[in-house]
Ligand binder design. Structure first.
Ligand SMILES: Nc1ncnc2c1ncn2[C@@H]1O[C@H](COP(=O)(O)OP(=O)(O)OP(=O)(O)O)[C@@H](O)[C@H]1O
Ligand SMILES: [Mg+2]
Length: 461
């Protein structure tokens, strides 16, 4: 889609010339004669970039700029100042203008600035450039695996090496990629994401490397690809396992040599980009099946990060629950104060095939529908309240043998496995607190202690 530029000037001839020039460049152009008209058009139709004169009747350029910054903070504003009026240019920049040009200006100069602004606008719309002081990505978790993850992130964030993040759906791959970017010295530079699974095969190359005008039907203007947009910053190739095999050689070359050509272009473009890739597929299996190039895999897998499924780090569930309770209380304007132990127990023992995303969704929904200040197990979705399905990560719970055997012994074994399992979950939920676990399991503290001893479990009080 063409980028849309709103041209604001009280002089009709200037508006016309500028509009025609920009239309020839492939922009969609809207015009306004003063600030008031411009603001109306912007509120109504939006725009990707605003170019405005400063001296105008009704609302002048500076007031317009201030209103746009307040009401449409994602839309870059370019200010046109009169020759010799450096003070007004400075004032405009202070008020948040993206850039300024001085009259009389060269069209090439203005075009370059507009192109840059349109790119910025695109990034803003995709919310990829965190402002200074913007919320830092928080990776919640205190278990051993999460501590190690934090250490890896801190260690490699600022290195130029490629990181390959592997993990099931919803385990936090994108979150980790974002954290890597934010903790690097590139944080002020673009963080560009591309989801290889969401792009039709035949468009992957154009998306990655850009294209020249006329490269294919519909290419009415040339466009930079994600590699170019990410120049100096980070490029996140999500679902890299889905990238068509015929694209993999080109990608490998772009990574190895930091250069490529746009589709339909002859000029070689060089970029400096930090690459992070992620996949929920088992790439070794993809390699074996001939769907993923081994050389590309090794090139990407310089720093491997493997995110464990949530069911293998249940110790983090209480912390995550608390994190999402606060998040959705704020976001949904609710005041849930406590997730009761029985609800926590249910949350802690579910298998979470959709991992943290599923946990987050469950909490969002539960908090949204919560009527009081406390959430109990009965408030959770029914699927969570079912008995837990077989779980491969559960501590040694022997399956019921299919061949008949001594009934009493097998039953005893089974009961003990279930007991041990429930106690482990209880201790996890209560942070190893014996008294609270006993309450949760509705047994006496003494008998809990005996059982814990029997099963070799430890807790605190
Ligand atoms: N450790 C964590 N702490 C807090 N929030 C987390 C954590 N891990 C994941 N999340 C949240 O869970 C959700 C899913 O995470 P994310 O999108 O990063 O997962 P993903 O692995 O990319 O998933 P998919 O494979 O489905 O794309 C996000 O809302 C994210 O903020
Ligand atoms: Mg993802």
């Amino acid at each position: 889609m063409a980028d849309r530029v709103l041209v604001v000037d009280d002089e009709q001839s200037l508006r016309k010339v500028l509009a025609a020039t920009l239309q020839r460049e492939g922009y969609e152009v809207q015009v306004a004669a003063d600030g008031e008209e411009a603001l109306g058009a912007l509120d109504r139709d939006g725009a990707d970039v605003v170019v405005t004169d400063l001296v105008m009747p009704k609302m002048d350029g500076l007031s317009l700029l201030r209103k746009v910054v307040a009401r449409h903070p994602d839309v870059p504003v370019i200010v046109v100042t009169a020759h010799g009026r450096v003070d007004s240019a400075v004032e405009a920049m202070k008020a948040g203008a993206f850039d300024f040009v001085t009259k009389p200006f060269e069209h090439t100069e203005l075009k370059a600035i507009i192109a840059k602004a349109a790119r910025q606008s695109d990034l803003n719309a995709r919310n990829v450039v965190p402002d200074e002081g913007a919320l830092r990505t928080e990776i919640v978790g205190k278990g051993q695996q999460m501590i190690e993850l934090q250490q890896i992130i801190a260690k490699v964030a600022d290195a130029p090496s490629t990181v390959l993040i592997q993990g099931e759906s919803g385990t936090g791959k994108e979150l980790v990629a974002t954290a890597l970017h934010e903790q690097s010295s590139r944080r002020e530079r673009p963080f560009i994401k591309i989801n290889c699974a969401a792009i039709p095969r035949e468009l992957v190359e154009a998306e990655l490397f850009g294209f020249e005008k006329g490269a294919f039907t519909g290419a009415v203007q040339s466009k930079p690809g994600r590699f170019e947009l990410a120049d100096g910053g980070t490029l996140f190739l999500d679902e890299i396992g889905e990238i068509p095999i015929e694209m993999q050689v080109k990608l490998l070359r772009a990574i190895q040599e930091s250069e490529f050509e746009r589709v339909g272009g002859v000029k070689t473009t060089r970029v400096e980009v930090r690459l992070i890739a992620a996949t929920s597929r088992d790439l070794t299996r993809e390699i074996a099946a001939g769907r993923f190039r081994e050389d590309l895999f090794y090139r990407l897998n310089v720093v491997p990060v493997i995110l464990p499924p949530l069911r293998e780090r249940r110790e983090d569930i209480p912390l995550l629950v608390e994190h999402f309770r606060q998040k959705y209380n704020a976001r949904l304007k609710k005041s849930v104060e406590k997730i009761e132990d029985d609800a926590l127990a249910a949350l802690a023992s579910y298998t979470w095939p959709g991992n943290i995303r599923e946990l987050e969704n469950v909490l969002e929904r539960t908090i949204l529908f919560a009527e009081g200040t406390n959430i109990r197990a009965a408030d959770l979705p029914a699927s969570l309240r079912q008995p837990r399905p077989a779980d491969d990560s559960a501590p040694a719970a022997p399956g019921v043998p299919t061949t008949p055997g001594p009934l009493k012994e097998i039953v005893k074994e089974q009961v003990q496995a279930i007991e041990r399992d429930l106690i482990v979950r209880g201790l996890e939920v209560t942070g190893n607190n014996v008294t609270r676990t006993a309450k949760l399991l509705k047994i006496s503290r003494k008998s809990l202690q005996m059982k814990m001893k029997e099963f070799g479990l430890r807790g605190e009080d």
